[in-house]
Design a protein. Sequence first.
Length: 391
Amino acid sequence: MKESLVQEYSSLSKFLSKISLSIDPVVAGVLDRALDGKELSRKDAIELFNTSGTAFELLTFVADEIRRRTVGDFVTYVVNRNINFTNICIAKCGFCAFSREPNDPDAYTLSAEEVAARAEMGWRAGATEVCIQGGLNPTLDGHLYAEICRAIKQKMPMLHIHAFSPMEIMYGAEKAGLTITEHLKMLKEAGLGSIPGTAAEILDDNVRSIICPRKINVQTWVSVVKAAHKLGIPTTSTMMYGHIDQPEQWVEHISLLRDIQKETRGFTEFIPLSFIHSNTPLYKNGQARPGATGFEDLKIHAISRLMLSGYIRNIQASWVKLGPKVAQMCLAAGANDLGGTLMEENISRTAGATSGEVLDPVAMMRIIRDMGRIPAQRNTTYNILKLSQSE
């Protein structure tokens, strides 16, 4: 087996060396180091973000090869139910079209029992995970987060609760008069299984001061995530790109996630989130561009695969943000996961996403098989639950 892998790599290197003669030797060197398993520097990543033509094609090829070496030909997805339990929010982020004032006619807040009832609908439909996030409601009781977890676990003790962004964790702690660690311990005891690494947006305080000035700063986001990891609560990691940000900030963001992972090993995946612009204040007032291009979408997924190689195994292509077709293309550029079926999705939809609120397992498997890959249903922490190798 070892000998065959050496031969395979030798053939691949010869093939790439011939093609790389037509591209910038600096980029060729970066890609060669990536194939050798070397950690890429920030400078290396910037070089890759500047690629086009044949160099770009080689970038996606190398990212896909590193994906294959890391996770094989399985493409995973999770059957889950998404619940946004309140749309009342004081944060007023420029990229959000979901939030409402308390007196708006369509403002709402679900009780813990109502959230549990919706979670039960997902459970009965085959979901193994419920994903729960909401706005920062000024009248919210800080103990509601724990009450939601307890209400779900009382009805469905086997359902995994993936809930509450680092922003919500901090907000709930303040409302309950607890430290972040105390709040996390309370949530874990109530049944919280993992945390979505959202509210990260771009981990650059200058950018955040424009797109989400009322949200937690970079240091606080990092401290919440590290505290969760220290308590044995895994999290995802995310990056929202395509608004006022630039490649230099993408590289710093991914590098910071890599540094955290080196220390904690608590991230289960990295999820690039392409900015949905149409209905957002940030775009309507002329501050943001109209989202990322498809070219940028592919680059982000490919370069994150190379930068995070050896640290974060799973790169998710979000069908909600990208649409199923572009998400499928990202699976050929380093990504290995399509995310969740969701069953309900409000935040991206209100921002202008047109991909719908649900992508059922049959549709997931069609997308995956069309690429010659193997569909695999996973749980939240990437344990494989079911393989589907044929129709």
